[in-house]
Ligand binder design. Sequence first.
Ligand SMILES: C[S@@+](CC[C@H](N)C(=O)[O-])C[C@H]1O[C@@H](n2cnc3c(N)ncnc32)[C@H](O)[C@@H]1O
Length: 304
Amino acid sequence: MKKVIKYITEDKTEVTADLYLGDCKDELLHLPDNSVDLIVTSPPYADQRKNTYGGIHADNYVEWFLPITQQLLRVLKPNGTFILNIKEKVVEGERSTYVIELILEMKKQGWLWTEEFIWHKKNCYPGKWSNRFRDAWERLLQFNKSRTFNMYQEAVMVPVGTWAKTRLKNLSDTDKVRDTSKVGSGFGKNISNWVGRNKAYPTNVLHLATECGNKKHSAAFPEELPEWFIKLFTKENDTVLDPFMGSGTTLLIANRLRRNAIGIDVVPDYYEMVKKQFTPLELYICEPKVKYEKHKPKRRYAVR
Ligand SMILES: C[S@@+](CC[C@H](N)C(=O)[O-])C[C@H]1O[C@@H](n2cnc3c(N)ncnc32)[C@H](O)[C@@H]1O
């Protein structure tokens, strides 16, 4: 089943949201080869949330997921990126290995495992376990089809930070030239390059609070998570896919950033919920801007 909603933005670009209801293994077959710029998704973790949308046993996880990653490999453009949010659970006092096994099998499928970002969950709640501490991070695995892929690093730059004030004030002779790593890694740094700059590139650790305000889905992304990857790996009018869309966070942010969005979910309630969420946005964006400038909303005066 498919629903296409089209928005016409003020600069006359069309931004679409295509919603599919069904198992993504089957629904992905509707998408053409090499048609998606970025996939950002969080599939159900093994054996979790069984009551909401079914859980897959850790032993069967890789077997369940591989036909889906095969389809994702087909639909992703050669210079596109796949970001997979996943975390292995603890079973009988041991970490499961299904994520590691999945990475190895995906490499056999033809994926390159190019990077791993860490999502540090800033607000994880306190707890006490006899043999471990509370889990405050999740994996964001990056896969690509090619070693050269689209990446817009300037779009996610961060303030350079207070270290610059002291560190860059008195530069040593070494700071002024390229200082090659002593461990033979081939990496090097020239500290003086950062003098006068107020932005720096971020690290591969994302410090984001988990989503607490979204009561409609038990495992929704914080909006900043898909937003960061969408900015980093796509440009306007590109296409972003979430094959496990849940409450549709990835799609919402993609459209907000003027990227086309495609979402799939197997639970009819989530599909209907996302469909509803998108309709008011359509009306808002399609209305000509001039209306808002000429008529001030009466209700706001009443409130004051
Ligand atoms: C972890 S949640 C995703 C939450 C989402 N990132 C958000 O921000 O709301 C996983 C979603 O995958 C859906 N799902 C589970 N199995 C699926 C399948 N085989 N095909 C499509 N969707 C599936 C579930 O219904 C659930 O909404």
